[in-house]
Structures are given as C-alpha cells and as structure tokens.
Design a protein around this ligand. Sequence first.
Ligand code: NAD
Length: 320
Amino acid sequence: MAMSRAPHWEHAVVTGGSGFVGSHLCAALLADGTEVTCVDDFSTGRRANLTALLGRPGFRLLEADVRVPFTVDRPPDLVLHFASPASPADYLRLPVHTLETGSLGTRNALALAHAHGARFVLASTSEVYGDPEEHPQNERYWGHVNPVGPRSVYDEAKRFGEALTSAAARARGTDTLIVRLFNTYGPRMRGYDGRAVPTFIRQALAGEPLTVTGDGLQTRSLCYVDDTVRGVLAAAAHGMPGPVNIGNPTEITMLDLARWIVELTGSRSDVRFVERPIDDPAVRCPDITLARDKLQWQPRVQAEEGLRRTIDWFRSQEAA
Ligand code: NAD
C-alpha cells in the first residue's frame, strides 16, 4: 500500500504521554517538529518522565482522565491512544480502571480523533494473543485468552479497544490504526512495575537475588523502546489500518535474561525461582513480516546494546 498521508504531523495528542512508552513517543514527535499534547492522569505515569519536555515550545500537558470525555486546545491531526496501565503489577492493582480506560478511554480518544478528522492509533498489545497456541504470532491469529482470569482486565480491555476501533472505522469512517506492541523495554521503566527487565536490573544493582518465575524457560521477545516508537510512527505515517505487530522477534528465556543482566551489571546476585503468575504465557514472539514488508521497519537495537543503555539509566537514577 502506498503512503496515504505525509509522514509529518502538525499536532499529535498522546494519551498516556507521561508513561514509559508514551514519553519516548512525545519526545520523538517533538523532535520531528510535531506539536504534542500529552493527556495523562498520572495513575501509572510519572511527571519526571516529562522533565525534558515540559517548557519546550510545542509541548503541552493536559492532566485528565481519558475515561471522561476530553477536548484539547487546538485541533490534532494525529491521536495516539497509549493511556492504560500496562504492567501486571499496575493492572492487577487497578483492574476496573484498566477495563474502563480500554473501553471508555478508547471511546473518548476515538471521538476526539473523529471530531477533527485526525488519524487514530490504538496501542494494543501482544496480550491479545493470550497464552498463544500458534508460534510465532502473526496478525491473523485470534488469540487464546482466559476471559475471567486475573489478566483478563488488561487482555480483554485491549481486545475490546480493538473491536471499538474497528467499528469506528467501519461505521463512521474514522481513519484508524491498531498497533500490537510486544514487550518493550528501556529507560524510564519503573523498578517495581513487575516487568522482567526493570525487576532484574533493580535486583542485580542492589545485589539481591533475581526472582525468576516458574522454571524460567518461558520466553519473551524484547524490543528496545526507540525501535518500538519508530515502528509506531512508521505505521502511523503509512495509511494501513493494522493490526500490525511491532516487536523484536529475537526470543529469550527469562532465565537467560536474568543471567545476562547479572553479567552486564557485574552483579554478584544469584537467581531465585518463585511461583509463576496465573495464565502467564509460555511463549511470546512476534511475526513481523507485515511490518517488514509494508513499513520497511524492523528493530535495529541489539539486545546487549539496549540492555546496557537501560542499565546505565537505572544507575543514573540511583546516583541522582
Ligand atoms: P505506563 O504505565 O508506563 O504508561 C501508561 C500511561 O497511561 C501512564 O502515564 C498512565 O498514567 C496513563 N494512564 C493510565 N490510565 C489513564 C487514564 N484513565 N487517563 C489518562 N491517563 C492514563 O505503560 P507503558 O508501558 O508505557 O504502556 C503504554 C501503552 O503501550 C499502553 O497502552 C500499553 O498497553 C501499551 N503496550 C506497552 C507494552 C510495553 O511493553 N511497554 C507492550 C504492549 C503494549
């Protein structure tokens, strides 16, 4: 498919812009000369993530809960809906908030995009594939999700968000895109958010045992945040509706990841095995053929480089 829009945006609204991925997205858009309005309720995001952006020309912050209809000062031509608790620790602590942000929040962000004829991007997730029976997962796979398990508050919120986004495109002609992000890591993750990379780095730097769940043989595919953001913006600039997988197809077991982080940090920590969470997927790996073919996108940052940058950032936070 040919580019249907110029890849330059005048004004982007980023819901969840003070979060981990959202703050990198805001920075990348500003660097491209796009004005950015970040809409965030700080339920899981941090003001510190915006330190380098607040006060910069073209950047605005609207503190608002997207579960309630909202408007912005100037018309956007791009709305990126990234608001949602995303780490298991957060969505298990905020189950109803997560479901409402995926449903009401998506409805309200879609309404904003529709009112201004803006392109709408839904940050969906590999979690829509659940504990997959197909491996690797391509976009045609419908998933294997437990609708009543504890993780369902996140998985089903995102699946509903995808359905709502698809309905808005069909019924109202809203210009929409669904990106399915796979595990992303990098600077600005929170050490206690429960995700493997920040947990292991925090533990390794503190000299504590690295808590690997189950036997540690479950796999994840880790994409450095700069690659994820570049993939999202490439898909936004392209006219495609998605869904499109954005992730790094290099798979690693959690045990190998833990050992690697011990090595890269020069830590003396050892590994401690702990109970595996309910419905934790055994494997997770994106098929990125679609993104490669249509967007000429693929990850560039090697895991060792990405992990070093992330470790350096965690160290800098300790020193601050
Ligand atoms: P995060 O928790 O760091 O960021 C989420 C942001 O959304 C936070 O700033 C939070 O305050 C905000 N938010 C939550 N509910 C809100 C509400 N009702 N109103 C306004 N703001 C609200 O998470 P993240 O890792 O940066 O994830 C960002 C998005 O990307 C999420 O939609 C997530 O589902 C998706 N995603 C992330 C990953 C990943 O590996 N990080 C993988 C797949 C999908």
